[in-house]
Design a protein around this ligand. Structure first.
Ligand code: PAF
Length: 281
């Protein structure tokens, strides 16, 4: 596996693959890879001739009081996992390579509307940072397709909207959330949980399952959300938000919508957990 921080090296190899008529799938990550990421890489291998992964802890998507400095960085272990999974090229840029003029002089990509709701309401600027870095990475790697986990459901929607609005020639593929046996969605931030907190964390998925069952059985959405928040609090989590939205547009759910998704974020110790569950009523 070629590991490089050099944009030219990435481009040269991709040009070579393209000249041979071969396809490229891309998996952008922030590293500290777990089974969720490896599933993306394996899925990418099924779909394209070559797989490129990036590891870049993107400062632009972290708020001032967030965990940029403490975000787990495990490059050697990540490289070994990627070699095993069949990744051929790993792009590991530095902030100076991605943002040579500095963060405050960088051109941004702002996806309106959805970026300031749900997680965007609690993390202002987060999705602007995500959209900007993903757009830059797409321009550097120029993949045919890019794969993202559905665990970050809102992020996937922001990226799909950006790709559509800017006519980027990249197919965006969502891949199902990978969960621990307990039901907890895999996330690099699960590493912040103590053993005691880890035992409480599956309550998030359980509360979402219960909400979906209750709405499907006819419970009004507002009541089901209130019950879900109460269940989270009871389990020792602090809900940030629980919302039911249209599954594909993420617009607030109306009484007529049948394809729904519940999205939630909750604090537990040092971690802010997010999860979602699409369902039909
Ligand atoms: O989901 C992530 O790990 C990040 O938000 C992404 C898409 C790699 C952009 O930094």
């Amino acid at each position: 596996m070629l590991t490089t921080a050099k944009v030219e090296e990435i481009r040269a190899r991709i040009r070579c693959w393209r000249n041979q008529g071969e396809s490229v799938a891309f998996v952008p990550t922030m590293g500290n890879l777990h089974q969720g990421h490896i599933t993306l890489v394996k899925e990418a291998k099924q779909r394209a001739d070559h797989v490129v992964v990036s590891i870049f802890v993107n400062p632009l998507q972290f708020g001032q009081n967030e965990d940029l400095d403490g975000y787990p960085r495990t490059m050697e272990a990540d490289q070994a996992k990627l070699v095993d999974a069949g990744c051929e090229m790993l792009f590991v840029p530095t902030p100076a390579i991605m943002y040579p003029k500095g963060l405050d002089k960088q051109t941004f990509i702002e996806v309106p509307g959805i970026s300031s709701e749900l997680c965007g309401a609690t993390r202002p600027g987060h999705f602007r940072g995500v959209a900007t870095v993903v757009c830059k990475l797409f321009n550097i790697v120029q993949p045919d397709m890019a794969l993202f986990g559905r665990k970050d459901y809102q992020q996937l929607q922001v990226i799909r909207t950006m790709v559509e609005d800017l006519s980027l020639p990249v197919e965006v593929i969502g891949v199902d959330t990978v969960r621990e046996a307990s039901g907890l969605a895999m996330s690099s931030r699960n590493g912040y949980l103590t053993a005691e907190e880890k035992a409480k964390a599956p309550a998030l998925k359980q509360a979402l399952d219960a909400l979906a069952v209750s709405i499907t059985a006819g419970e009004p959405i507002d009541n089901a959300i209130a019950q879900c928040k109460a269940a989270l609090t009871q389990a020792g989590l602090t809900p940030d938000y629980v919302e039911v939205r249209h599954a594909s547009t993420l617009a607030p759910a109306t009484a007529d919508d049948t394809q729904l998704v519940v999205l939630a974020a909750a604090y537990l110790g040092k971690a802010r957990l997010i999860d979602n569950l699409p369902f039909t009523r």
